[in-house]
Write a protein that binds this ligand. Structure first.
Ligand code: HEC
Length: 178
């Protein structure tokens, strides 16, 4: 026969367990500046949010404006855009800016076998980078392995990218984020 003390102990243990399990895990702190590396580009296709595409040719939000950029005249590839922020929900702040830590990846895939051939990436930086580069984005190209190929160190170094994306200044330089 179980003692009253035993029963109280079991109930107490259950209460402690339920309390521990319902405590939210603390959200990771948004860094002052966020510098992405290849290690951030994991599970993009399977786990990130697909926010646009796949597009082919002039399909897409502003396809005819693309010219030859982003492989848009090469109908053997598709363009698909994915988004991720490990710290906070991706939503515009009071100034119409998306949060530091936001990563946008666009993969170019061969249509015949869906193999990635290259990519483009935008990373929302903060701190000194954002203070001196009005877009606040770091503009990056990706290679066929899906790794970083080329980092443009500033908005002016990324003048080609920014020159086009400026059209979307009212949406913090992004077409695909809504
Ligand atoms: C000729 C204009 C043009 C140029 C140049 C350009 N982009 Fe884009 N970019 C677009 C358009 C339009 C989209 C919308 C998606 C689509 O149609 O593929 C886009 C989408 C993107 C996306 C997906 C997120 C979003 O905002 O939709 C990334 C990432 C991106 N571009 C990065 C770059 C980078 C990096 C460069 C420079 C190396 C660059 N872009 C140059 C027009 C341009």
């Amino acid at each position: 026969m179980k003692t009253l003390f035993y029963r109280i102990c079991v109930v107490f243990a259950m209460v402690v367990l339920v309390y521990a399990c319902t405590q939210p895990t603390p959200a990771p702190q948004v860094p002052a500046d966020f510098i992405a590396g290849d290690s951030n580009l994991v599970g993009v296709t399977a786990q990130w949010s697909r926010i646009a595409g796949p597009y082919v040719g002039t399909a897409g939000p502003d396809g005819s404006f693309l010219g030859t950029a982003h492989s848009s005249r090469d109908t053997s590839v598709t363009r698909t855009v994915y988004a991720r922020n490990n710290f906070v929900t991706i939503a515009k702040d009071a100034n119409g800016r998306y949060p530091v830590g936001t990563i946008l990846v666009k993969y170019f895939r061969r249509r015949s076998d869906s193999v990635i051939v290259s990519g483009a990436m935008m990373v929302k930086r903060g701190g000194a980078f954002a203070a001196t580069n009005p877009t606040g984005w770091e503009w990056i190209t990706l290679n066929a392995a899906g790794n970083i190929a080329n980092r443009f160190v500033s908005d002016s170094a990324a003048a080609l990218c920014v020159g086009c994306h400026r059209t979307r200044m009212s949406n913090d330089y992004s077409w695909s984020l809504k």
